[in-house]
Write a protein that binds this ligand. Structure first.
Ligand code: BLG
Length: 464
């Protein structure tokens, strides 16, 4: 019998047999962390889709630094795939094989607004520079040092990119060098952080598998990456994680970061208290408050709607709010009204869409929202899906459509922007703040960057 000659299973066959894809990554906002729904992050979401396609479970492991990622990838019983914002380099090609690219990034030198801005490599000399140990940034600075012997920099494996940006923001170091996507994601937390200049060529992020001959997994990865590139999934993920600056604009992103530090702390305990009362995520209430008033208590809109949560007179009365300009009353009334409109929604609308519909109703009223849902139904769209109904809402301001509806004209474009902005703020807030802790005291200024604890040295940071 030739039974003894049975071939060793390929890596891909083994993964399918075991039913598990073991992936190594970094615990950082641009890769993998925990948010309100559990595990998340750009790399996590991409690799989760890959595991789903393979029909296997995803098992995430985290390494403290980049060198560890590559050494663990080579272990016989180690993880089979590294998805950690990696860029291939000559040095790394001996340790691993890299996939097709999925994200283009540009290395950028970061400085603090108000300090002298270096504009080229020579401007790095004489500055306090800190970068991630073992990173391609460190590798390239080592190269630059040959040309500029006066260039000094430090490497650390005790920090993540968020720490580096925070240290620049707070003036503890002069400069760092990070990839453009990491800055894009973090810009909204650090108002003083600015790009000095792009240093180096645009590079591609890729997944890595262990060095060797077996191409089974790598081929499958490449086919998957090509597919998500073509079907738009990749673009949607990029927009969700790195699109803040595009959506908010540079000014909007700086402004949000500033307001997060300067305005939110005053109201945070009130958002938390009302959230607890109404059984809703406080960060969603805070996001509504930001959209409505940029966290300002004494505002009045052109249409006479007032206060931090922008209550109409009618809503205020119905919610028992006697002074709309009192932020505590406004937040309480807004929270109560939000939950009220949510409960009024049709049972057929399920989460997460239910939350987006409730936001739209908060802004445009339940009647107009119903009109848009009916329109969706007539168009063969799904009246329970926000993605479909939001296409109909702007029609409520066109006579040929609104004249045939029950509630008539409405500025239907407004709730579409309203919901989109709130979702964006909500995402950002869930990345920077901790969830409402059970029975915790309501604390002020509880801002928190994922993976980093400001009060403790980085090595003691909780693994999220
Ligand atoms: C909302 C009310 C809804 C009301 C709709 O208007 O106000 N929401 C609140 O008071 C919280 O109750 O629905 S209805 O009762 O079914 O009619 C429709 O009238 C508020 C909106 C209006 C909007 N902001 C909260 O999102 C607003 O102020 N728009 C005008 C902006 S500006 O004047 O052009 O700048």
């Amino acid at each position: 019998m030739l039974g003894a000659c049975v071939e060793k299973p390929s890596t891909l066959e083994r993964i399918k047999e075991d039913g598990v894809l073991r992936v190594i990554t970094r615990n950082s906002p641009a890769t993998y962390f925990q948010d309100r729904n559990g595990e998340t992050g750009f790399e996590y979401e991409l690799v989760k889709r890959f595991a789903d396609d393979l029909g296997v479970k995803l098992q995430i492991e985290t390494a403290d630094n980049l060198d560890d990622i590559f050494s663990q990838l080579g272990q016989p019983n180690g993880p089979v795939l590294a998805a950690a914002g990696l860029v291939s380099s000559e040095q790394r090609k001996n340790q691993a094989r890299f996939s097709h690219p999925y994200l283009e990034v540009t290395p950028q030198v970061i400085y603090r607004n108000g300090k002298t801005r270096p504009t080229n490599a020579a401007g790095l000399v004489g500055k306090r520079i800190l970068v991630l140990k073992g990173s391609s940034h460190a590798e390239q600075l080592a190269e630059l040092k040959k040309q500029y012997p006066g260039l000094e920099y430090e490497e650390s494996d005790q920090v993540e990119v968020v720490d580096l940006l925070r240290m620049v923001d707070e003036g503890q170091i002069d400069l760092t060098r990070v990839d453009s996507n990491e800055l894009a994601m973090n810009q909204v937390y650090f108002p003083n952080v600015r790009v000095a200049f792009d240093l180096g060529d645009t590079r591609d992020q890729r997944w890595a598998v262990a060095a060797g001959e077996d191409n089974s997994l790598l081929n499958e990865i490449n086919a998957f990456l090509d597919k998500v590139q073509k079907n738009g999934t990749l673009q949607r993920l990029k927009d969700r994680y790195y699109g803040h600056v595009d959506v908010l604009g540079y000014v909007g992103a700086y402004t949000f970061a500033q307001h997060l530090q300067e305005r939110l702390p005053r109201f945070e305990k009130h958002f938390r208290a009302s959230a607890k009362q109404e059984q809703v995520d406080w960060r969603l209430l805070a996001a509504i408050g930001y959209q409505e008033s940029l966290w300002q208590a004494e505002v009045t809109s052109k249409t006479g709607v007032r206060g931090l949560m922008m209550l109409t007179q009618r809503t205020a009365q119905a919610m028992g709010v006697s002074n709309r300009l009192d932020p505590v009353q406004s937040i309480r009334g807004g929270a109560k009204y939000f939950m009220h409109v949510k409960e009024e929604l049709d049972d057929s609308i399920k989460e997460p869409d239910r939350t987006w519909f409730a936001l739209a109703a908060y802004n445009v009223g339940g009647g107009h929202l119903d009109d848009a849902r009916k329109m969706a139904q007539r168009e063969g769209l799904n009246p329970n899906k926000w993605l479909d109904v939001k296409k109909m809402l702007p029609r409520l301001s066109q006579k040929k459509y609104y004249s045939k509806t029950k509630y008539g004209y409405a500025r239907g474009g407004e709730p579409v922007h309203f919901v989109a902005n709130i979702r964006r703020y909500y995402d950002i807030l869930t990345w920077v703040t901790q969830p409402q802790l059970e029975g915790s005291q309501v604390a002020e200024g509880n801002l928190h960057v994922p993976g980093v604890n400001k009060d403790k040295p980085a090595e003691q940071s909780p693994q999220l």
